[in-house]
Design a protein around this ligand. Structure first.
Ligand code: NAD
Length: 339
């Protein structure tokens, strides 16, 4: 028996070949998460200036070192390629089962447009995003039929919030006959904002007086000047966060009953507050109660985004293998733990 036959006889499925699009803060963390898994292998990574692809797997440490020193994984010898259309070029040549889109969603239709590129290309597989805005998720949900016809299983809103916390709310809702309120409060601590430029810019877009476009147009110096004024802390309330539309589409609660806010400290890795979701409802006996799910303070934003993203990629892969295509949110599907 050759090794393939042995694997088949033992019923061991081959590792899921994953790619990471966007190799900034979350993309690099995603690569480190996959490095510790035997059920997944990272074969492709792309950033704004290039991509790297190796069917036998990328070396995580080298990929991160090259990106940090030279600004693109395209400089990786001999597997890197420099190009200003890295995603399109990668789709053409790479054999990948599923991609995690760790891309900035700036402008607000950036990721929906990437999804359209995948549809146009004829590629089939699983796509996962950790997109945040309600209006962005709505654009993706509207593409359901095209995704279905293309043979793509798209998992949207699969980071921390939306993502892990939305899924926790969906689970907590089961105790109630009627849901009254879902309140998500997040605390994020990062040592410096440059490690997560897109995340910080997108958060600024939620502040009073700012828009996604205004935040996108800000230079790094302007972001720093704003952070200097606030001592590095961004306080966000009543955010336009897709947890609301996801819980509504899942039939759990109307979007007007879902609130999201948080505090981001860009100068201290310690969380300014404990991330939690509170789900209030009425039980069948008429009791009003609140379930609270709180994340451990030691868990970073990267851990709480990338873990679920790959958990949903694995779940999406199972759907895809059963011929189930289209689009699903983190509130509808249980993530699968990746070993
Ligand atoms: P970042 O700014 O650190 O990195 C972005 C990366 O994307 C860079 O490598 C850049 O080169 C690459 N990129 C930009 N344009 C590209 C293009 N056209 N083609 C290929 N690559 C391109 O970003 P980040 O802070 O890691 O954030 C990534 C995304 O994750 C953001 O959209 C953010 O909102 C989202 N996020 C979601 C959650 C959640 O809980 N759902 C939490 C945090 C961040």
């Amino acid at each position: 028996m050759n090794s393939e036959q042995i694997k088949n006889s033992l019923n061991i499925s081959p590792a899921i070949r994953v790619g990471v699009l966007g190799f900034g803060g979350l993309g690099q963390a995603a690569a480190k998460v996959v490095a510790g898994k035997r059920e997944m292998i990272l074969v492709a990574a792309a950033d704004q200036k290039g991509y790297a692809y190796a069917a036998e797997g990328l070396n995580t440490e080298t990929s991160i070192a090259i990106y940090q020193s030279q600004g693109s994984v395209g400089y990786l010898e001999p597997i890197g390629t420099l190009t200003n259309q890295s995603i399109q070029d990668l789709i053409e040549i790479a054999e990948v089962d599923g991609y995690f889109l760790a891309l900035p969603n700036l402008p607000n239709d950036f990721i929906p447009n990437v999804a359209k590129e995948f549809i146009k290309s004829g590629w089939r597989g699983v796509l996962v995003d950790a997109i945040k805005r309600t209006t962005a998720v709505e654009q993706l949900l509207a593409m359901k039929k095209e995704l279905q016809a293309a043979g793509i299983t798209y998992m949207t809103g699969c980071g921390a919030t939306p993502g892990l916390l939305t899924a926790a709310a969906a689970l907590a809702a089961q105790s109630y006959a009627e849901i009254h309120q879902v309140e998500i409060t997040f605390g994020v601590g990062i040592a410096n904002w440059e490690a997560y430029r897109a995340t910080v810019r997108e958060d600024i877009g939620h502040m009073p007086g700012y828009t996604v476009e205004a935040a996108r147009a800000m230079t790094d110096a302007e972001v720093e000047a704003l952070l200097d004024k606030t001592n590095g802390v961004l306080t966000l309330t009543n955010m336009e966060h897709a947890d609301d539309v996801m819980l509504e589409v899942a039939g759990i609660v109307g979007r007007d009953r879902v609130t999201v806010g948080g505090v981001v400290d860009t100068r201290n890795p310690k969380k300014p507050l404990s991330t939690n979701v509170k789900v209030t409802g009425r039980t069948f006996e008429g009791k009003i109660s609140t379930h609270t799910f709180t994340l451990g303070d030691e868990t970073s934003m990267a851990a709480n985004v990338c873990g679920p993203a790959f958990g949903y990629l694995k779940a999406g892969r199972q759907l895809h293998q059963r011929g189930i295509y289209g689009i699903f949110t983190a509130a509808e599907i249980m993530p699968q733990f990746v070993r």
